[in-house]
Design a protein around this ligand. Structure first.
Ligand SMILES: NC(=O)c1ccc[n+]([C@@H]2O[C@H](COP(=O)([O-])OP(=O)(O)OC[C@H]3O[C@@H](n4cnc5c(N)ncnc54)[C@H](OP(=O)(O)O)[C@@H]3O)[C@@H](O)[C@H]2O)c1
Length: 290
């Protein structure tokens, strides 16, 4: 198939491009310099030219606290961009695989199933939910893939949870991790494999696409220490409220993975297997290669 990948320099986008190419697909990789997704004409022209079967859209403004300070940009990147892609993909008869987030839920009662009712809090979460709604309204063929706490090595332009944690612990520095936030950490390579399968099979609707386990950030840190042999005392438990962050975060989040587990050939990895794979990536690509 012919595929477009937006946000191709991002954490997930880079991996999508790699997996698609390795599976023999014809890939067009878009960074912001190639196509500004909030510019409707640019998206329409790009899609008409590429004539893709599937459009993968991991592009997004992902810095949660920055979204609070730069609301117009968050709306452009997370809402307008999604609407433009939905309209243009439909016009071209392309299937849209859109990447969203567990932050569409308030985190009062996770882990969440695909059909639970969203209640986003904060600008990032609200704009991601608006993007979902516009895709549901405007795209003729689409899949909304909600993921969570994506990490991978090497990192892309922005640091991610796993890369930051490895950076701190490997230098013997303490890492403050939330003991009261429960999430579904997701290895970016595993996510890319699952998203590509979803695109190849043109699966539709809403799917939770993330790691298999729901853990606290502290539990994740301890599993990380076990795998790498780091001193677990470097993991310093802290409470979300102690950090005074600009944007609210879901506390009891996490996503139920029954649907992907039962339907996909590429299965969600357990936290331990995902960290082992991360460790292998660190061995293959030392920090100096970033
Ligand atoms: N990372 C996580 O922990 C996490 C958790 C849950 C869900 N997700 C979702 O997963 C997806 C992928 O995240 P990620 O970590 O790969 O993000 P990322 O590394 O921040 O990459 C996002 C990419 O999208 C590009 N982009 C944003 N707005 C654009 C626009 N208007 N036009 C063109 N390009 C644009 C960015 O370009 P610039 O660098 O130029 O801005 C960046 O390269 C996102 O939808 C995110 O909401 C991520």
């Amino acid at each position: 198939m012919k595929a477009i990948v937006t946000g191709a320099r991002g954490l997930v986008g880079r991996r999508l491009v790699r997996v698609l190419a390795a599976r023999g697909h014809d890939v067009v990789a878009w960074s912001r310099a190639d196509v500004e997704l909030s510019d409707r004409a640019s998206v329409e022209t790009g899609l008409a030219k590429a004539r893709a079967d599937v459009v993968f859209n991991p592009a997004s403004m992902t810095e949660v606290d920055r979204c609070e300070a730069e609301k117009p940009r968050a709306y452009r990147d997370n809402v307008l961009a999604a609407a433009n892609l939905a309209i243009a993909a439909s016009a071209q008869g392309a299937h849209l695989v859109h990447v969203s987030t567990d932050y569409v839920f308030d985190g009062n009662a996770g882990p969440y199933r695909e059909d639970d009712v969203p209640n986003p809090r904060g600008v990032y979460a609200k704009t991601k939910r608006m993007g979902e709604v516009l895709i549901e309204e405007l795209a003729e063929s689409f899949c909304i893939c909600r993921t969570a706490v994506v990490y991978g090595w090497p990192q892309a332009a922005r640091a991610n949870f796993g890369a930051w944690l490895y950076g701190a612990l490997s230098q013997g520095k303490e890492a403050k991790l939330f003991s009261d936030q429960f999430v579904s950490p997701t290895l970016a390579d595993n996510l890319a494999d699952m998203l590509v399968e979803i695109g190849e099979r043109k699966l539709t609707g809403i799917w939770n696409v993330c790691g298999a386990d729901v853990v606290s950030r502290v539990e994740f840190g301890h599993a990380f220490c076990d795998a790498f042999g780091f001193d677990p005392k470097l993991v310093v438990p802290t409470k979300l409220a102690d950090l005074n962050l600009a944007s609210p975060r879901p506390l009891h989040s996490g996503l139920v993975v029954d649907k992907i587990r039962n339907s996909l050939k590429n299965k969600p990895l357990s936290t331990r297997d995902a960290i082992e794979s991360f460790k292998q990536s660190v061995r293959e690509a030392p920090a100096s290669s970033l």
